[in-house]
Design a protein around this ligand. Structure first.
Ligand code: ADP
Length: 654
């Protein structure tokens, strides 16, 4: 039997993960069974689908089911399915290595977190599938044969550094995973996995909704056997002697989404969520929808309570599965959920689709598009209910998924206003509490027409930027937008609730117009304009290589100068994003604004009036521009030259 046996080393990550399982820091060990049953159920789904698609597949699909066998003497537990199975190469690939791209990051975080509760939490977020067997087993054997192939494979490991693989001639179609359970812990009868009643209880708790039968031999309770008690669905070898085991189907097999709402408990929903999401934590929200009529469907969706590791990775998947009349059709059904809701997990079961429907056909299907619209609206309205009714849950939601949801502001035109209403933003009003746009609008000052915001790399850069001065001085609230996605959507979204959104680092600001108009300030402005006309036109020429205009500012109170963009120009951050993506951009020159009340600026005006065009004054103009760039956290084009000029000036002042 062991001829041709090969020994392999586990991939480094896999080995680390196994060590974690063996010295299990996860307190709820029962979940290993849920993971094995979940894999078996997926294997049955896959076989049914493959045999539907491929008429020539030589597979037996007559009695698809999962069987659990317990051997008290040998201390073994077997979970068996007659599903798709695995080929030799698949076993090596799927069981010996960890493909998930988030794993390395996860293990790193786990290593760094010293406290046990945090580690548990991390494992829960990750879910470790098949490997969780090693929480309860000292050795695991997996015997498998892929449907349609003749040769089977036996995989064995004690979880240490290596595993062996050998060909197996006696393997039935599908997969059997046999655990050699760790020695009994007499202290803790709760963890006796050789007890059929314990196993039965775990299956009922975690896997009741699995739509395939999960069968188990359960010794009939002595009395019931004698009196021939009612209610036994199936019995093997009916007339056998005394305590002959009866094979029972342990689970109710009812698809949760097809049951009426009041028939299903929250716990059942949560276990189902864990089955489809591979997450070990409860979801944040459960969303049910049923549509009757010409295009009938049922859906059961979930918003997770934390972001998965791969939320921002290119190869990540969307989480909605498509079923047709209870038959699993595909994972990751992108036609049902837009990219910006890729964190939503769940199932959609449509009554009137062909079982053979392809991904491409789905994208084109008008009914599917209508369905998607309704699903999206339902998810958004669920979040909206959180905003008003469950602020704590909303805070969690926003922390985990806010930046992803904001991607919808770019693509989903139809729901833009709704999405805007679900967003929250950091604000200059409060260092801790973010604000919604609705709240911002309610607080707007008398006569204020715009919703002000500033984008930047961090809150501190934005807050200390010179652009903020007059806004702070006059008590205008400014939204502080620091997510990279913010740079993109602010250009695409003109307004909220009829109030234009306005960057404080772009265009002209007229805070007096956006508040109390005052004839005196108007007159003062006019006077300044005339006084400074010469200086401004001279500086515009002198700095023409780097700025498109020099003008007076009404944003500044304490800084001498700042640089601003024209209303429709790309912000410097956005230019960087495009450049990082490899896009060629024409150079965008910005505008230098001067603060006429600053002594350096008024001094420069006087000196220019006396001396005209002069090399020393040209240097001062250049220095002013450099300082304005530094003040907003920007970069100088020639830092060495700037330093040389500053050093020269300092030297003279000694
Ligand atoms: P996950 O289920 O999260 O992908 P696992 O470690 O539990 O991770 O399983 C890895 C892969 O091994 C599965 O994705 C599946 O392709 C394969 N596999 C596991 N169990 C079975 C099974 N009973 N039948 C067929 N394939 C299986």
């Amino acid at each position: 039997m062991t001829t041709g046996s090969e020994t392999f080393e586990f991939q480094v990550e896999a080995r680390q993960l196994l060590q974690l399982m063996i010295h299990s820091i996860y307190s709820n060990k029962d979940v290993f069974l849920r993971e094995l049953v979940s894999n078996a159920s997926d294997a049955l789904d896959k076989l049914r689908l493959e045999s539907l698609r491929d008429g020539n597949l030589e597979a037996d699909t007559s009695d698809l089911h999962i069987a659990i066998e317990v051997d008290k003497e040998q201390r073994t537990l077997t979970v068996r399915d007659n599903g798709i199975g695995m080929s030799h190469d698949e076993v090596v690939q799927l069981i010996g290595t960890i493909a998930n791209s988030g794993t390395a990051k996860f293990l790193q975080e786990l290593k760094e977190s010293k406290d046990a509760a945090a580690s548990q939490d991390l494992i829960g977020q990750f879910g470790v599938g098949f490997y969780s067997s090693f929480m309860v087993a000292e050795g695991v054997t997996l015997l498998t044969r892929r449907a349609g192939e003749s040769q089977g494979t036996r995989w064995e490991s004690g979880g240490e550094g290596t595993y062996t693989i050998a060909p197996a001639d006696d393997a039935p179609q599908g997969t059997a995973v046999t655990l050699r359970l760790k020695p009994e812990d007499t202290e803790d009868a709760l963890y006796d996995y050789t007890s059929p009643w314990k196993i039965r209880e775990i299956v009922k708790r975690y896997s009741d909704f699995i739509t395939w039968p999960i069968r188990m031999a359960v010794e009939a309770p002595p009395k019931a056997a004698a009196e021939g008690a009612e209610g036994d669905e199936e019995s093997a070898g009916g007339s056998a002697a005394e305590a002959a085991p009866e094979v029972e189907t342990v689970n109710s097999m009812k698809a949760l989404w097809a049951r009426s709402k009041d028939e299903v408990t929250d716990d059942e929903y949560h276990e189902f969520y864990k089955h489809i999401s591979h997450d070990w934590n409860d979801p944040l929200e459960t969303i049910r929808m049923q549509a009757e009529g010409t295009f009938e469907y049922q859906s059961l969706l979930f918003i997770p309570s934390h972001a998965p590791q791969d939320l921002y990775m290119r190869d990540r998947k969307r989480g909605v599965q498509l079923y047709v009349k209870r038959v699993f059709i595909m994972d990751d059904c992108e036609a049902l959920m837009p990219e910006y809701l890729r964190f939503v997990k769940g199932v959609v079961d449509a009554a009137d689709l062909s079982l053979n429907v392809s991904r491409e056909a789905l994208q084109q299907d008008r009914q599917i598009q209508l369905m998607r619209r309704r699903l999206v609206k339902k998810v958004l309205s669920t979040v909206k209910d959180m905003v008003s009714g469950a602020p704590e849950r909303y805070t969690t939601f926003w922390k985990e998924f806010g930046p992803v949801l904001k991607e919808g502001l770019l693509g989903d035109f139809e729901n833009r206003e709704t999405i805007l209403g679900l967003c929250s933003f950091a604000t200059t009003r409060d260092a801790e509490e973010p604000t919604t746009l609705r709240q911002y609008v309610e607080r707007m000052k008398e006569g204020q027409e715009h919703i002000y915001f500033m984008t930047g790399e961090s809150r501190s850069i934005v807050e200390s930027s010179p652009h903020m001065e007059a806004f702070r001085d006059k008590g205008f609230e400014v939204l502080v937008l620091t997510d990279p996605i913010d740079e993109l959507w602010v250009d695409a979204v003109p307004e909220f609730d009829g109030k234009p959104l306005r960057s404080i680092a772009k265009g002209q600001v007229d805070l007096d117009g956006d508040g109390e108009k005052d004839a005196e300030t108007e007159a003062e402005r006019e006077r300044q304009k005339q006084d400074y006309a010469d200086l401004l036109s001279w500086m515009t020429t002198t700095l023409s290589d780097s700025v498109k205009e020099v003008r007076l500012s009404s944003r500044l109170t304490t800084s001498p100068a700042c640089v601003v963009g024209d209303t429709h120009d790309l912000s410097p951050q956005l230019q960087n994003i495009y450049k990082a993506m490899g896009q060629e951009l024409p150079e965008v020159k910005r505008i230098l604004e001067l603060n006429p009340t600053h002594p350096l600026v008024s001094g420069l005006r006087t000196a220019h009036g006396e001396r005209g065009d002069d090399a020393g004054l040209a240097e001062t103009a250049e220095l002013l521009h450099g300082m304005a760039l530094l003040a907003e956290g920007g970069e100088l084009t020639d830092p060495a030259r700037f330093i040389k000029l500053v050093a020269g000036r300092l030297e003279k002042s000694l």
